[in-house]
Design a protein. Sequence first.
Length: 186
Amino acid sequence: MYIAGVDEAGRGPLIGSVVAAAVILDPDNPIQGLNDSKKLTAKKREQLLIEIQQKALAWSIAEATHVEIDQLNILQATMLAMQRAVAGLKQTPDLVRIDGNRCPALAVACEAVIGGDALHAEISAASILAKVTRDRQMQEMDKDYPQYGFAKHNGYPTKAHIAAIQQYGVLAEHRRSYKPIKLVLG
């Protein structure tokens, strides 16, 4: 039975895409150290990403853009990113386990697992792929806009990020439907 784990990264930030990942692990080729991505160091997540991509039976990373987030809302955009991640798997899963309290519409059986990234290795693996991908996007954005500090706060609504928006303005990639951005735009 093929079980895919799915998780996302980037629901809370004020900028960029929400990223989802889906992973089907190989029970004959286990990966040590999998955990909720937020409980791992950045270095450990980077190491595990490589191992997951090498050892998993299938993996996929997808996203919904800041434009889609503004059009749909963050919940629906997250569901869309998850659907895309599952659709991108080269192996069709028999069951999909989603970290959280609801499942996107899928053509296969799905169960939502609150705190699943700490309970199921396949969801832990997906959380790592999603977080590393999203963090890398913010590192790249930091190169283009170093004054915003994306490498430090990853786009979350920190005091430093809000101050940078007030000083330098709203970027094209900012989520206009989010309250702090709406306030700056008036």
